[in-house]
Design a protein around this ligand. Structure first.
Ligand SMILES: Nc1nc2c(ncn2[C@@H]2O[C@H](COP(=O)(O)OP(=O)(O)O)[C@@H](O)[C@H]2O)c(=O)[nH]1
Ligand SMILES: [Mg+2]
Length: 195
């Protein structure tokens, strides 16, 4: 499906700054440095719409991107990354506050895409987030990132391993590589199924 247009709409640190609900939204979340900006850019076929961070975890901003495809408009929402070791507890609490008030109350939210580096083990952060989303009835799937970093055999084994750690069926995980474009069509298909 062709992307006709993609633009940054705005950013917010708190609910008061969120844009008024409009088009259906897909939220992206994950640990800092997991490859969120890279995957967003690849999804919308733009080199640098979402910034590739050199200093991960420095911001608590949510970013909205308006994407126009042949079949209509949707908004992609880039949630602030978590798990940056140097972040103080107070900062962590604020992150949780704004992210939960988005995920828990956004009426136009259709799907949350949680990113997980294929080379890392799943942590409590991912498990708790998925449980939290599930408890609130927010559909979620997991995109494994940076799959190009593993050879195909190892990659397949690792996908099975992580699916086990996450307790998710095959239909709810999508192996991707922003670098090589792997899994992008599958991710769009999964997104489209929720619009
Ligand atoms: N090899 C490889 N590197 C990636 C991929 N996606 C992201 N990266 C690298 O991982 C680092 C963090 O990426 P970024 O998109 O800024 O992550 P974010 O903090 O989650 O937004 C950067 O150095 C990227 O170039 C991928 O699919 N393959
Ligand atoms: Mg980023």
């Amino acid at each position: 499906m062709k992307i006709r247009a993609a633009e940054h709409m705005g950013a917010a640190v708190a609910v008061s700054g969120f844009p008024a609900p409009g088009a259906p939204e897909i939220a992206f979340l994950g640990r800092s440095n997991v490859g969120k900006s890279s995957l967003l850019n690849r999804l919308v076929q733009r080199k640098a719409l979402a910034r590739i961070s050199s200093t991960p975890g420095k911001t608590r901003l949510l970013h909205w991107y308006r994407v126009t495809r042949e079949d209509g408009e949707l908004w992609l929402v880039d949630l602030p990354g978590y798990g940056y070791a140097k972040v103080a507890r107070e900062e962590r609490r604020k992150w949780q506050g704004v992210v939960e008030s988005y995920l828990g109350a956004r009426e136009t939210l259709r799907l949350a895409v949680l990113l997980q580096d294929l080379r890392r083990d799943v942590s409590d952060d991912e498990t708790l987030l998925l449980e939290w989303l599930d408890a609130r009835g927010v559909p979620a799937l997991v995109a494994f990132t940076k799959c190009d970093k593993l050879k195909p055999m190892r990659r397949a084994a690792r996908v099975r391993e992580l699916r086990g750690q996450l307790c998710l069926p095959a239909a709810r995980v999508v192996p991707t590589s922003a670098e090589k474009g792997l899994g992008i069509a599958e991710l769009w298909e999964a997104i489209a199924a929720h619009l």
